[in-house]
Write a protein that binds this ligand. Structure first.
Ligand code: SF4
Ligand code: SF4
Length: 296
């Protein structure tokens, strides 16, 4: 026997059903995006592991069938003696090949950027006296790009660019981070600012200063990353390893109640802490715009 509808036509007993045009919260929307992004990253990792197997197998077959060493050895280099089964040698070669594939991927502009898993509240502050420099530098550092961490995403305070996960969101009209006060140039989310904002030191950064000692600013560049480009091989290896840890933490956050715990923790900080300040790395008090607590 059919049951009478009990909510706008939804079948009886469908507890929790909402109208299709009901609004969803930003937290719910972002959690969905994060799950989808993590799934894509997971597939990307599977493909990279498969690619590493193919390369390792092709290398070993080149040695055994063609009798020569594979690329990048010079063409025609005689293959050394085989010291094991194909399966064992392929397994042994896999870690180095996979790392090389991941290093190349690190240079790709299409991959998702995720900040490292270090606890930002334990990160020691570094950098110059932002409070004194703010009138001159106008928080130039707040125009640089950098990625948020799972910790930032879980708290849900710092906004990210949904079109380029997880870069900090910037205003199209002036290129500043959306949390930078447009007139006072202060950080409006100072207590929650991401780890790069706490640890960044602009003094030797040619994107900010041509000569810090003389206080000469560099020409403004809208396209840069706060943590700088990965120039050396060691930088890239380090980034690949940090990324693996960061993605594991992201998976943990999304499959446990970690995100909810951080949101509750954040609510506690907002209630217990001093008023959320405005300021670049030097915060400016919301009331009078005067910088306070530089680099703290
Ligand atoms: S870190 Fe940022 S706010 Fe501080 S002095 Fe450098 S550019 Fe200015
Ligand atoms: S210090 Fe604040 S305003 Fe500047 S980039 Fe970081 S979060 Fe944005």
């Amino acid at each position: 026997m059919a049951s009478p509808p009990d909510h706008d036509g939804a079948p009886a007993g469908s507890v929790g059903t909402a109208r299709l045009d009901d609004p969803i919260s930003r937290a719910e929307h972002e959690r969905g995006l994060r799950r989808a992004t993590l799934a894509i990253e997971s597939v990307r990792d599977d493909v990279q592991q498969l690619a590493a197997h193919v390369v390792a197998l092709t290398d070993e077959l080149t040695r055994r069938l063609d009798g020569v060493e594979p690329h990048p050895a010079p063409a025609g280099t005689p293959a050394g003696p085989s010291a094991g089964t194909v399966e064992a040698l392929v397994e042994a070669a896999l870690p180095a090949i996979l790392e090389r594939i991941r290093i190349n991927d690190e240079r790709s502009s299409s991959r998702v950027l995720l900040g490292d898993a270090e606890d930002k509240f334990r990160a020691p502050s570094q950098g110059p006296d932002c409070e004194a420099l703010l009138p001159l530098c106008e928080a130039r550092c707040c125009t640089l790009h950098f990625a948020l961490s799972s910790q930032d995403l879980d708290e849900g305070v710092i906004r990210w660019d949904h079109g380029r996960p997880y870069l900090i969101r910037q205003r199209p009209e002036d290129g500043y981070c959306v949390h930078n006060h447009p007139e006072r140039r202060g950080c409006t989310v100072y207590a929650y600012r991401p780890r790069p904002c706490r640890q960044y030191d602009c003094r030797q950064d040619p994107r900010i200063w041509t000569d810090f000692a003389r206080r000469e600013l560099a020409p403004a560049s809208p396209y840069a990353r706060k943590e700088g480009p990965a120039d050396t091989e060691l930088d890239l290896i380090e980034r690949v390893r940090s990324r693996q840890v960061a993605l594991a933490m992201e998976g943990f956050a999304l499959t446990t109640h970690e995100a909810e715990r951080r949101r509750v923790e954040r609510a506690g900080r907002a209630t217990a802490g001093p008023g959320v300040a405005t300021g670049a790395r030097a915060a400016a008090d919301e009331g009078d715009g005067k910088p306070v607590d530089p680099g703290g």
